[in-house]
Structures are given as C-alpha cells and as structure tokens.
Design a protein around this ligand. Sequence first.
Ligand code: SAH
Ligand code: SF4
Length: 343
Amino acid sequence: MESFYNLSFSDLEGQLKKNGLKTTAASLLFNWHYKKKNISPCVNNVSKDTISYIADNYNFELPKIHTVHEAEDRTVKFLFELSDGRRVESVLIPFHNKYSICLSSQVGCAMKCSFCFTGTQGLKRNLDASEIIGQFLGANQWLRTNRPDEERILNIVFMGQGEPLHNFDAVKKACEIFIAQEGMSIGIQKITISTSGYIPGLQRWKNEIPGVNLALSLHAVDDEIRNELIPINRKYPLREVLDYIDDLPLSKKQFVTYEYLLIADLNDSEAHARELGELLKGKRAYINIIPFNPFPGSNYQRPSDEKADGFKRILGEYKIPTLIRKTKGDDVLAACGQLNTAD
Ligand code: SAH
Ligand code: SF4
C-alpha cells in the first residue's frame, strides 16, 4: 500500500478527482495531517467515501524512532528505523528555543568522500518522500512530548546522510510537501540543500526548485585537493561547478552557502584562505567553515580553534560573511559528517 506521505498536494487532488471524490478534501487532509500533525485518520468534514478511499489505499506508517541521544547543548540525534529495517539519522540543532533539522536523503551515499563517515558505507538505497517527511514529523512529535515549550522547527537542511541531489525526485517531492500552503506551509527560503557538486542534480534544481537554498560543499580551492576529498570532482571539476552556480538565477534575497571543511595541514593554510577569498569575493556568498569532525578510523585531523579563527579573519578581508560552524552535539557523535548507520 502506498504511503500517504508520498503524495504532494496536487498528487492528492489528482487521486481524489480520478476516483470521483471531491478535491476539496485534499485541503482538509493536508490541514489535519501536516498543519495539525495528527497521525490518526482524518474524519472531520470528510465524506464517508473519501474516508474509506483513503483507508483502503494509503498507509500512514512513519519511520520509527529507534534511539534518541540528547547532547548537553540540547542537540538531539534520532536514529530512525525504516520499514525494511534500514536506519537513518536526523539531528535537531538548537538555536534559542527553536530548532533546525538536519535530514537524511539516502541510506549511505554513493559519493564516497574521504572525510565522511556516511561515505564509508556506500549507497544502500534512496529514501522516498515519506521517509524524509517522516524524519521531520517524528522529530516534531518527540519535541511535542519531551520539550513542549520548544516545539518549533524553523529551518530544514539536507545535510544528513546522503547526497540530496542524487535522489532528486524524492527530495523535490518532500520539499513540495513541506512548503504546501494547506499543510506545514514552511517558507521555501527556510529549506537548504547541501550538495557535493553533482551537476546533473544542480541542473534539475535550477529548473524545478530554484527557490530552495543551495549550499555547496567546496572544501578545497584546487582540483588536486578536491579530487582527494570528493571523488566526483574528477567528473565535475571545481571550475565547472563554480561556473554553473555563478550562472544560476538567484532571487534577490538568495545567497549560496559555500561550505569549507577545514582539515589540519591539508587545506587550512593562510594561502588557502586567500585563494578561497579570491575565488568567492564579489559573489552572493556565505562561507561556513566546518572544522573536521573525527570519527572512528578517520585519517584526518581537526585543526585548532586558533587556526580556524585565523582562517576566518583572512576571509573577512575579502568581505565575505563567514561563520565557523560550531560543532553541536559532539558528545553524541551527532555533528555533521558523523552520521553512519552501517551495522
Ligand atoms: N551530501 C551532501 C550533504 C550531506 S553532508 C554534501 O556533501 O554536501 C553535509 C556536510 O557535512 C557537508 O558539507 C559535508 O562535507 C560535511 N561533512 C561530512 N563529513 C564531515 C566530517 N567528518 N567533518 C565535518 N564535516 C563533514
Ligand atoms: Fe555523501 Fe556528502 Fe558524505 Fe560526500 S560528504 S559522502 S556527498 S554525504
């Protein structure tokens, strides 16, 4: 049986119409399941025929929360179990009394970046939209029960396991459901997709969901280092990816975030910072510096805080807004790039 959570609003309207039912029920259903976030069947104001059509054709199963780890800084890591027993992780990242949620888009990842815990397991499978939406709903439900005063998830970032642009259909459908006015009604500008630079996915992003924000995992200023870190750079080299992004039609308020993983003695010198500044100056860019998070068996070292601060200071000279991403949830291995669910 198909999951209800795989239907966008227009899919649902289409299905109701095809089955001779009133399409107005689509708003009621989206309001019930997404705005009010009920998991019980919707019976208010919906015709008997529609209730039985939905009950006979769709399931409302969501990924189950397998384990929850709460860090001292209020970061929460969820391990979700999917219907086939595979597992993915999502992280709630606190700011003030609200949260961003970091979602997974695949079990594992095909890109095999050398610094990434997820990459070490290879791609197991894509998630479908219901499994992406389900991480959000599950985390929301948990917050509602455990931290009732802090229920709000304001931003969605696809920075968990997987390369979101390599599972475009499901990620697009999930975005359509997140932003549907009749349901969660999350502003499209509150959603960010992080990519390793997978150009076929960027092409689809440009044509199909250009309002969603982009973050590019840049991590290096030359192909030699980037090839070592991100193997698909051999196929889609740095210059091509940057040129492609420069040509994207951004809206007035849109910026591209460039993520720069800082690894001790590999890409963290003053010269690297200056090259990065030269590469990005004048662009509609933010830079996020992410000091490398070690994981069991990793071969790279995290640079000192002073080194990261120095790197940021140099970028300031190029007038590019730069943040050092503080590693939240370190004590539960919940920081970015530490997500791995291999058995
Ligand atoms: N596949 C996408 C999104 C998921 S990874 C991408 O690569 O952009 C989210 C971010 O975490 C990326 O910027 C990635 O480079 C970073 N990351 C991965 N492993 C990391 C690690 N060990 N330490 C710090 N950041 C890491
Ligand atoms: Fe995949 Fe991103 Fe990890 Fe690279 S960094 S292996 S693209 S999840």
